[in-house]
Ligand binder design. Structure first.
Ligand SMILES: NC(=O)c1ccc[n+]([C@@H]2O[C@H](COP(=O)([O-])OP(=O)(O)OC[C@H]3O[C@@H](n4cnc5c(N)ncnc54)[C@H](OP(=O)(O)O)[C@@H]3O)[C@@H](O)[C@H]2O)c1
Length: 285
């Protein structure tokens, strides 16, 4: 799938999720609910073709189980790739879409010790199927999160910020004043990299794709703590090369995109530096 098609899919999925959540707000009645709606796929394919809203039966709550109501669930590239059948981990079908999201505990089984109604939780593992209104699962499948942080931050804390944190800590020891270079810098992971790196006193050189409102994006990334932002189309021009002379050579390069863009990162690494590839958004080797 090319990038514009992927964006169209994401926007379609987002509208589907918004209308899904609007039309299926939970109704509390004296009658115990047995069904809930979920966005389900029964075969792999283009998400617009294979994802359908279906009514599902809620299992009974066992002694160690928890009943959840989903509060928010994002659409990440991996969710789309799983539906397409092109991701490294694939669920058995039929599957509910969505790997990440925030839920509120509604009810707990009589031997649950770690959670109470009202708690906020996120799934331990991918493949949870977060595009649903309700779920019943074992308490061990959930991680509690504080419920005094912004809801959208809690709903997106489990995948992209953790990836950014690990990449900045696991591959090379960085110290204040060091430089990290990354492409796809406006991605969710890239924005987390910018913020965590800024808090560590590390310079970031951030490559993004050009767009008509590039200046708005530059302002946004600078507000997050980005030091330098280069449009992909400016790479190899003198303005970009001058930026690279202003700061120490990057010890770490983070590759979200692949293709020639990744080769540019390698070309500018310091001696002994490391390139970490965590995405392949251009679908080029
Ligand atoms: N390995 C891991 O543990 C891990 C964890 C999290 C995410 N990931 C991977 O990281 C990548 C980014 O995820 P995300 O959630 O941060 O994505 P996202 O927020 O949806 O952002 C996607 C990014 O990719 C760029 N992009 C899309 N198509 C492109 C193309 N053809 N050429 C160049 N750039 C392109 C977008 O740029 P524009 O704004 O210009 O479209 C944007 O910067 C995905 O591949 C995801 O699977 C891996």
């Amino acid at each position: 799938m090319n990038a514009s098609c992927q964006l169209a899919v994401c926007s379609h999925m987002r509208s589907l999720l918004i209308s899904f959540l609007r039309t299926t707000q939970p109704r509390f009645t004296a009658v115990r609910r047995r069904h809930y709606e979920a966005l389900l796929y029964r075969s792999h394919g283009h998400p617009n073709d294979v994802i359908k809203m279906e009514k599902m039966t809620l299992p009974d709550i066992g002694a160690m189980d928890v009943r959840l109501r989903m509060l928010a669930a994002p659409v990440n590239p991996a969710d789309i790739n799983m539906i397409q059948g092109t991701y490294g981990i694939l669920p058995s079908l039929p599957a509910v879409g969505g790997n990440e999201g925030l839920a509120e505990v509604i009810e707990v089984g009589n031997q649950v010790t770690t959670l109470s109604p009202g708690d906020w939780v996120i799934p331990v593992d991918a493949e949870f199927g977060t595009w649903r209104i309700e779920a019943v699962c074992n308490e061990r499948d959930l991680i509690p999160v504080p419920n005094d942080i912004p809801l959208l931050s809690a709903a997106t804390i489990g995948v992209n910020p953790c990836t950014a944190y690990r990449m900045l800590h696991d591959f090379i020891q960085l110290k204040p004043g060091d430089t990290v270079i990354q492409n796809g810098a406006n991605s969710a992971v890239g924005q987390a990299v910018i913020q965590i790196a800024a808090s560590m006193g590390i310079n970031t050189i951030n490559i993004v794709r050009n767009r008509p409102d590039l200046q708005n994006l530059v302002q946004k990334l600078k507000a997050l703590g980005a030091n330098y932002i280069i449009a992909e189309e400016q790479l190899h021009k003198s303005s970009a090369e001058n930026i690279l002379k202003d700061v120490p050579k990057p010890k770490l390069a983070l590759n979200c995109v692949g293709g020639p863009n990744a080769a540019y990162l390698v070309d500018h690494l310091d001696y002994g530096g490391k390139l970490v590839t965590y995405g392949g958004m251009s679908k080029k080797p």
